[in-house]
Design a protein around this ligand. Structure first.
Ligand code: 13P
Ligand code: SF4
Length: 352
């Protein structure tokens, strides 16, 4: 039984009628590679109801790459990594944004689109990185290292963003660090809260990086031995890691990048066999796009991302809950840090 079906335990099933089977046939064809036929009657009525209701509500669903495949492929209007979803939240014309992701992502959407209604289908969808640091911690770091800019990963609360000079995501962290150091005329920056992302960034730039003691509970569990085991069991496999993994894990990989950079790598290189060293659902979603590539599936689930399910998305649209609010005084300061990040130009990159 798939993770997505296990997640539905406790939700009242909706009837799977011939009309719904017809209406969702093309969507199922898209995901048949990763969703067993026997599971589709469970998902399809929710998919159909969500897609009808979101039109009535003038709502868009922003789906992170870690959503399970029926959410990612069948109800999301936009999908991507944290940076792509933030950009989409800033430019959408829809009045309602449903964040199929975790709470800090919904807060970022609200900060960028304060006049919109931003909904999170499960308010408990948190993040170990966001929980690791407060605004007060950032103020203490500033006292300890006066004059140094603070670069804050988007995986943080609005309060922490508000205390920061600029935000970054795993897609743009190196470019952001170099740009803020140039603007401040310094050779050292403070980077919070992910120590591993900060250490991985420090290896790719001449700027010195002061780190903080946060980590992603999904990526910190991978070890260099895991990578060696993948290679031993799957000769020729290409290993891609997320930069939230410890540096000794990244050192064993063929490539490291954000969730979207990994998708880009698979598209550009078309490997026969690949392992995405990141959250489980990524492989299913990338497999839909690249059905000929064989995916070796590492299985570290993000319990926060997995709180988002089809019944909760439907409930969210039916009841317009739970709305995410950010104190306007905090939001203004947090927006300055997010806008500064969005203004950083990414270097033109050769295909990964
Ligand atoms: P990206 O999708 O930006 O790489 O982030 C991964 C992640 O862990 C989000 O919580
Ligand atoms: Fe946070 Fe890690 Fe889950 Fe992303 S995968 S939401 S960084 S705990």
């Amino acid at each position: 039984m798939s993770v997505a079906v296990q997640n539905l335990k406790g939700a009242a099933p909706l009837p799977y009628t011939p009309e719904i089977a017809r209406a969702t046939r093309d969507l199922y064809a898209k995901v048949a590679h990763v969703i067993p036929e026997i599971e589709w009657p469970v998902f399809a009525p929710y998919v159909d109801a969500i897609n009808k209701l979101k039109k009535q509500r003038n709502a868009v669903i922003l789906g992170h790459n870690y959503m399970t495949p029926e959410i990612f492929n069948c109800v999301s209007d936009f999908t991507g990594d944290s940076l792509q979803l933030a950009r989409e939240a800033a430019r959408t014309d829809a009045q309602v944004i449903v964040q199929a992701g975790v709470h800090f992502m919904a807060e970022t959407s609200k900060i960028l689109s304060p006049s919109k209604t931003v909904l999170i289908p499960d308010v408990k969808a948190g993040c170990s990185l966001a929980a690791s640091i407060t605004g007060a911690d950032v103020r203490l770091l500033r006292q300890k290292y006066p004059g140094l800019p603070v670069v804050t990963y988007v995986n943080t609360s609005a309060d922490v963003k508000a205390e920061s000079d600029v935000c970054c995501t795993s897609s743009n962290a190196v470019a952001v660090v170099e740009e803020i150091a140039r603007e401040f005329g310094v050779d050292t920056v403070i980077m919070v809260p992910d120590k591993y992302l900060a250490q991985n960034v420090a290896k790719l730039t001449k700027i010195k990086v002061i780190t903080y003691d946060g980590a992603c509970e999904v990526h910190e569990r991978f070890t260099p031995q895991d990578i060696r085991n993948f290679r031993a069991a799957n000769p020729g496999v290409v290993v891609l890691t997320h930069p939230e993994c410890p540096p000794d894990v990244v050192a064993e990989a063929d490539f490291s990048g954000s969730t979207s950079a990994m998708i880009g790598y698979v598209g550009n290189h078309n490997p026969k066999k690949v392992v995405l060293v990141t959250e489980c659902s990524m492989s299913d979603n990338v497999a839909v796009e690249f059905p000929k590539v064989e995916f070796v599936r590492p299985c570290n689930l993000c319990p926060h991302m997995k709180r988002i399910t089809l019944p909760k998305i439907l409930h969210s649209l039916q009841t317009m809950t739970t709305e995410v609010f950010v104190d306007p005084a905090i939001a203004t300061r947090a927006k300055a840090a997010v806008d500064r990040m969005l203004a950083v130009k990414m270097p033109v990159q050769k295909a990964a």
